[in-house]
Design a protein around this ligand. Sequence first.
Ligand code: SAH
Ligand code: SF4
Length: 360
Amino acid sequence: MLEKQNLLGLTQVKLKKFFSDLNEKPFRTKQIMQWIYHQGALDFGDMHNFSKDLRQKLQAIASIELPEVTSINNSKDGVIKWVIKLGEENHIETVYIPQKDRGTLCISSQVGCSLACTFCSTGYQGFNRNLQNHEIIAQVLIAQNHLKDKNKRISNVVFMGMGEPLLNESPVYDACDILLDDWAFGLSRRRVTVSSSGIVPALKRMSDTVPVSLAISLHAPNDELRDILVPINKKYPIKELMKACHYYLNAGTQERHVMFEYVMLKGVNDSIEQAQELSKLINFWFQGESAKVNLIPFNPFPETKYTTSNDIAIDKFQDILYRSGIRTTTRRTRGDDVDAACGQLAGKVVDKSRRSAGRD
Ligand code: SAH
Ligand code: SF4
């Protein structure tokens, strides 16, 4: 028997083709997207504006399938973490962070990550595989369906969970397309953010493909230190990365900016001199509001040798950037009591890269 086509995660263009191949009218695309993404319907039988014939046809050849959620953890500050099972042995994690005026969902793009940043729990686990379109979009649908009952909503989606989104380009771009599509999640492009450690050629492709916001994991003001913290820097050093960020800023018609993320590691990258060096770097490459910096207090995990910078060091660091004219914010740690804070996501990864075996 032919495997049923999972309609979840198909973009508007792909769904149009699906219905046209069935000799159905194009307006079925809008209807089915609204059923899935607005109503949360998973059963073709519930779609009462479809003819009985069409419902039966769809039941025979297609499905709308969500993966199994193995646990839902609620932290005391309102953060929710879903652990989602993919296949027999792998698990990924998705996190909802409620704030005063918004609700941010942090989603995963890969099972593990191959890039081995030394301060990141996901990086420690090694890599198993890329997520498929439907596995990325399922995270948003699972969260939305859960939150609807609690009168909460997702206003922002960030690719800051497990994995490097720009090493899984096509499924990530399709997912962005669906997040922005009014027939699906209808988020504005400012509210969908791809976070990357800086895969330069992919960054350029992304700039021309999806009009979403960009966060870059910088974490160091020079190549010498970034080579250690973010090893992909050896392949794509800071100068190349900054040029690619410019490419992003100039692509597309709308105004864009780049958010630089900088994890604060005590005694490693948090000195006054390093803050000055970072200010120089950013001011050399960017003007006005085209670049911002987001300082992230390091979130520890069992295997790590790093510790978090103290509040005074973070304040001083922020002050130096701020005084040099760079818009700088500090991210408040949330959800750490359920290991849901940035960089603590670990899921369960069967490491195929064998990297985790060789770690110190
Ligand atoms: N691979 C992408 C997206 C996932 S990581 C990237 O690297 O950008 C999302 C963010 O969490 C990144 O900025 C990453 O540097 C940060 N992060 C990773 N480990 C962390 C930790 N232990 N504490 C705080 N932030 C961390
Ligand atoms: Fe991968 Fe991002 Fe973690 Fe680096 S910080 S190991 S790129 S998930």
